[in-house]
Design a protein around this ligand. Structure first.
Ligand SMILES: Cc1cc2nc3c(=O)[nH]c(=O)nc-3n(C[C@H](O)[C@H](O)[C@H](O)COP(=O)(O)OP(=O)(O)OC[C@H]3O[C@@H](n4cnc5c(N)ncnc54)[C@H](O)[C@@H]3O)c2cc1C
Length: 411
């Protein structure tokens, strides 16, 4: 990245295009999703916008150019995510499934696998879905643990040219697909004879062998269709193994790197929305006093502290996504900080902005608390900060010869 922080004309165009799409198609969708009590119906409301986004080329924009897509730089990705997530983070998360599920394909897939697995997501129409089936109901922070711990419990047993997969997966967006027969592609973290491994199941393998046990009813990000599904005797060709048996732990960690870094930008979107509301309130409401409440120093301080932290998280996340997309050695460390610092800052900032507004913020009709519900998810999803992400940071800090200046290039 050339260090200037000015958006290029192309990035300005991307911002305007993403914002226009979000205002036209995601704002009303978000309102409809809020009003719908049933999790499955809520998720299905998104399908028309999903198809429009595919038609407008946004799905291809998630796929690297090296494999036929049109993904730009990390900063491009950050601009796009911020604009969409400002209107509907749940739609953005649901749409971005291929970002995680296809990462291991790019990393170790054979040319034939890359061609076959990426093809559905280069489409100009339809609503293709990809899911990264990592999490399990009994826990996933210790997915790499070996017996006698449970670790990954989904099994893949070789049977001739196939593996037979059995287990229960949970939480991942769109595990059930649009119709309960599974997504177009599901990358399954499972235990094969050689250890934790990744298998790609296509829809034809899943249909009839996937049972939806429950759709979760989330307090925030309500349009994300997260479910618990049972995989029963799913026969996946051995040709769909990614890399080698036993490579699954490293591949899974790498798969969540871009999405983890992007959580910093989801956090920015929540803070940005909350700031706009709180600032408008503070500059227009007197609450019975002589002047708008921004005249009180404490109110102005809370707003300026929030603004400074939003700018800081945005810059950190741009840098992290830039490193991730360009596969720079600092990607892991910066990506983890964008995830952990970004998500925890968002919770604190939105909560503080609610205090600026006062009791009005606790009225359902005043939309500030929605941003808190979104922000509360970010330390927990894409690998919880305590169970997954801070442990990765600890491992980095304990690496012999760790150089604290390396990530910033200031060594
Ligand atoms: C909207 C949404 C979308 C999601 N998308 C996906 C997806 O696409 N794919 C997917 O697979 N999952 C997905 N998830 C699940 C999400 O990624 C979780 O972060 C993941 O399941 C890990 O959860 P966890 O770390 O809380 O693990 P758990 O194993 O449930 O751990 C729970 C808690 O126990 C503690 N803990 C456990 N082990 C340790 C340890 N060794 N050290 C320290 N503390 C420990 C921590 O406090 C941790 O937070 C999604 C969830 C939501 C809500």
């Amino acid at each position: 990245m050339v260090v200037s922080f000015q958006l290029s004309p192309e990035q300005e165009q991307l911002k305007v295009g993403a914002r226009a799409f979000a205002e036209e198609h995601l704002r009303d969708l978000a309102a409809a999703v809020r009003a719908e009590p049933d999790p499955l119906t809520r998720a299905l409301l998104a399908r028309p916008a999903f198809e429009k986004a595919v038609g407008a080329g946004f799905l291809k924009g998630l796929i690297p150019t090296a494999v036929g897509g049109a993904a730009g730089s990390g900063v491009d990705a950050a601009i796009f995510v911020e604009e969409w997530a400002t209107q509907s983070p749940d739609f953005t998360i649901s749409f971005a499934g291929p970002l995680i599920a296809l990462m291991p394909v790019y990393e170790v897939g054979t040319p034939e696998q890359v061609q076959r697995f990426v093809a559905p997501f280069l489409a100009d129409s339809g609503a293709p879905l990809a899911a990264m089936a990592f999490s399990e109901p009994g826990g996933s922070a210790n997915f790499d643990a070996e017996a006698p711990a449970a670790g990954t419990t989904t099994t893949a047993v070789p049977d001739g040219d196939h593996y037979v997969v059995n287990g229960t997966k949970a939480w991942a967006s769109h595990l059930s697909g649009w119709d309960g027969d599974g997504p177009d592609l599901m990358t399954i973290v499972c235990r094969a004879p050689g250890g934790v491994s990744l298998l790609v199941a296509e829809r034809e393998h899943l249909a009839g062998h996937l049972e939806v046990e429950e759709h979760y009813d989330l307090p925030g990000l309500r349009g994300c269709l997260t479910s618990r599904v049972r995989l029963r005797d799913v026969r996946v060709p051995r040709a769909n193994l990614l890399g080698a048996e036993g490579q699954g732990v490293a591949l899974t960690r790498n798969a969540f790197l871009p999405s983890g870094a992007s959580i910093g930008i989801f956090a920015v979107a929540a803070m940005r929305g909350a700031f706009e509301l709180a600032h408008r309130f503070a500059t227009t409401e007197t609450r019975g006093g002589a002047e708008p409440i921004i005249a009180h120093q404490a109110v102005a301080d809370a707003l300026s502290d929030a603004k400074g932290r939003i700018e800081a998280v945005r810059l950190l996340s741009w840098r992290a996504l830039d490193a991730v997309m360009s596969q720079h050695p600092s990607a892991l460390e910066l990506g983890l900080h964008a995830k952990v610092l970004g998500s925890e800052t968002a919770v604190e900032v939105v909560q503080r902005l609610m205090q600026v507004v006062g009791v009005t913020a606790y009225d359902e009709r005043f939309p500030l608390a929605e941003y808190l519900q979104e922000a509360l998810a970010y330390p927990l999803i894409e690998g919880s900060n305590i169970g997954v992400r801070r442990r990765q940071l600890q491992a980095l800090l304990r690496t012999p010869g760790y150089d604290p200046l390396a990530a910033s290039g200031m060594s």
